[in-house]
Design a protein around this ligand. Sequence first.
Ligand code: UDP
Ligand code: GAL
Ligand code: MN
Length: 343
Amino acid sequence: MGYCKIQCVHKTRSIWKIMLILCVPLSCVLIFRSLVFTFFVHLMPMSKCSLESGKMLTLDNAVDASLDLLSRPDVQTCTSWKAPIIWEGMFDPYLYDKEHKEEGSSVALIVFAVGRYLDVYLESFLNSSEHHFMLALPVTYYVFTDIPEKVPDIKLAPQRSLKVIKVERHSRWQDISMMRMKTISEVIEEDIRHHCTYVFCFDVDQVFSGRFGSEALGDTVALLHAHFYHLPKNLFTYDRNPKSTAYMETGDFYYHAAVFGGSWKSVKALTETCYQNIMEDKKNNVEALWHDESHLNKYLWLHKPSRVLSPEYCWDNSIGYSRDIQVTRLLWAPKYYDTLRTF
Ligand code: UDP
Ligand code: GAL
Ligand code: MN
């Protein structure tokens, strides 16, 4: 008996030793591979803005003419359809705040916190937003949740208010995410269009970490996905199923659905169309690869955004150091899919 016990302990120890010996070089190989990948990705040339001056842009507002498109030769500062891509160093925040205050701009921030996402993310999302999101302008939060009584009591600055609206909890997480399109278009029609000039829609699993200000306001605003802005188009994760209305062969950029916005009119048109296409897919028993994000990408391919935000506006720290990113304004929060998503 005793002999067998000693033998078993020895065996387990040896297995642990072998695993440890294997783990160290394996982790080194993985870290090295990811460093090499990041290095080569950044060696690949990004397309460059062909305009010399902000005056040549299709302007969302008068201040856009002052954008310094040449101040960031390392990155792409405008699109082929003459919309600016906003990076740190290109704009004067003071001029944007002044212009929007004079125009009387106001912003609706829409966020969904359904099921366990409320407990885990909402408080830090809202608190950080109070420190960084559109501080110069009146802001109304529209928080959609299935448990209104659980929404934390956040101390809001003057000119900022918060509305909590109850929504049903779809059983599939894919539907919780996709059906936001319907709810957003409805709340714009019923409420927002009477009170706010601009609308921004955010995923709740993120935290503001730097200025996310009025330089981001425009007619239709889309965000470059942090994981794809430096990759060749053939690696973009568009929906490739011809049976889906979100199907795309090619596109301009890969946009991230965690942040989009614009004038209430444009966001209403965008969300209505995406919702119709999602429902059309359901009728045909198909679901786009990245759900609402695939439909958003299709819409923005057919209706070009008037303003594009660099990945500073939604950065994932797990990507590691990138010299393109001089400021992080909004950061991905950790994902806990296993415990948060029900189905
Ligand atoms: N969401 C939610 N509850 C859920 C699933 C999703 O409130 O059970 C909302 C939440 O705002 C979340 C967004 O839908 O940020 C998109 O889902 P998720 O962030 O999980 O998608 P990912 O960014 O990981 O693709
Ligand atoms: C992931 C992200 C998803 C989706 C996907 C697209 O990095 O977590 O939300 O955007 O990229 O390929
Ligand atoms: Mn998310």
